[in-house]
Ligand binder design. Structure first.
Ligand SMILES: Cc1ncc(COP(=O)(O)O)c(C=O)c1O
Length: 395
């Protein structure tokens, strides 16, 4: 059985009414993991439905413009529905089917996880309810429309800061009431055990592919692997298969959080500015006040706008296996535009935080080094937000 803890982080802090559902899920996941048929099914969906392996791309023009180390991109934005979230949604939906639960609930921030969940529910004939903060409903209108098209019901959440944290609270409330029929398909590598482990495993396909593709294309491993961190699922997915290389001193991992509008303003930089505590069933780093009350978070990118983070990242940080930095809204926008103009790739605002830091790293490194950036999603969903930020009217 896998441990519920990552060092002092993780665990399962839940109401009594949810204990049985978590035990059932943990057992079902352990059985599925040991079942070659389940693994075969997962592989089949990655290839035939999601479109993997996604490309590992040498961004030569961006490399030239930055003028340092080689920049390579893991193009997870090419996955079906436009982001990495679908890997986890497929895995958990298959698991829900195994335990006979046909009603799926999920929370979403940027809407990408909501779209991924609505997609797999359509594919597998399941009922789908998506909780989404009212602020996010407004800034991600297009994704709300996509979810509706896919047959899902989107419920705007108007409590608290009306963003991801509040949507998770609402989804947890629903789960407590409907636990017998319902699976809560958590969209990131956080929550009570076994969610952080399970989501990591479903997303590790990104790192496994990237590692093999890098060896095949360059004959060596990257010097740095860089990924944005909201709840932490794309980052842990790309990081995890490199952990042994980190221990051997060949690869370094860097997680990039949202630093917000400017130094000292509200942000979502949980690992760089937070302190340990318990939120949404897990012990991890949090943005909180001295009484343990959760602070509001803020970022231009809805998908990073969360005051917590997956517990495995807290452990990676504290053990020095990974480093975490914060990138500001305008820096992410600058990187988004630089990548778009140099390579013809419009990345998501979330991923653009990683792009910015990856470019800064590359600039300082010699040409024979390699920086691998995980492009977790595509930017189509962010066009309204960006246009507004740049003062351009698009509708
Ligand atoms: C494209 C994209 N990247 C990253 C994230 C952040 O989530 P995570 O840290 O779980 O990868 C999101 C969240 O919605 C997203 O849509």
């Amino acid at each position: 059985m896998q441990s519920a803890y990552f060092g002092e982080f993780g665990g399962r802090f839940i109401p009594e009414t949810l204990v049985e559902a978590h035990r059932e899920l943990e057992d079902a996941y352990a059985a599925a993991q040991a079942d070659p048929e389940f693994q075969k099914e997962l592989d089949w969906y990655r290839k035939e439905y999601i479109g993997g392996p996604t490309v590992l791309y040498h961004a030569k023009r961006l490399t030239e413009q930055v003028g340092g180390a080689q920049i390579w991109l893991k193009r997870e934005e090419l996955a079906h529905t436009g982001a990495h979230k679908i890997n986890n949604a497929v895995g958990q939906a298959l698991l829900a089917k195994r335990i006979g639960k046909k009603r799926i609930i999920a929370e979403t921030g940027a809407g990408q996880h909501g779209v991924a969940t609505a997609t797999v529910c359509a594919l597998m004939g399941m009922e789908c309810i998506i909780y989404m903060g009212a602020v996010d409903v407004e800034r991600q209108k297009l994704n709300v429309f996509r979810m509706n098209m896919l047959g899902a019901k989107v419920i705007p959440v108007t409590s608290g800061s009306k963003t991801l944290k509040d949507a998770i609270n609402e989804a947890m409330r629903d789960w407590v009431t409907n636990v017998r029929t319902t699976h809560y398909l958590i969209g990131t590598a956080t929550g009570p055990h076994p969610f952080p482990t399970m989501v990591r495993d479903f997303q590790s396909v990104i790192g496994r592919e990237a590692r093999a593709q890098m060896l095949e294309k360059t004959g060596r491993l990257p010097d740095y692997v860089v990924a944005c961190v909201g709840g932490g699922s794309n980052a842990i997915g790309v990081f995890h298969p490199f952990l042994k290389d980190v221990e051997e001193g060949t690869v370094k991992l860097v997680g990039v959080e949202a630093g917000g509008e400017h130094e000292g303003a509200l942000n979502s930089a949980t690992l760089t500015q937070g302190t340990p505590g318990v939120l949404h069933g897990t012990r991890t780093y949090l943005l909180q006040d001295e009484h343990g009350q959760i602070s509001d978070s803020l970022s231009i990118s809805a998908g990073l706008d969360y005051p917590g983070v997956g517990p495995e990242h807290a452990w990676l940080k504290d053990t020095g296996r990974a480093e975490y930095v914060a990138v500001m809204d305008d820096q992410a926008l600058e990187a988004l535009q630089a990548l778009a103009k140099a390579e013809g790739i419009i990345a998501a605002l979330e991923s653009s935080h990683a792009t910015y830091h990856g470019m800064q790293l590359a600039k300082k490194l010699p040409k024979d080094k390699i920086v691998l950036i995980n492009i977790s999603g595509r930017g189509d969903k962010d066009m309204h937000t960006i246009a507004k930020y740049l003062g351009v009217k698009v509708d």
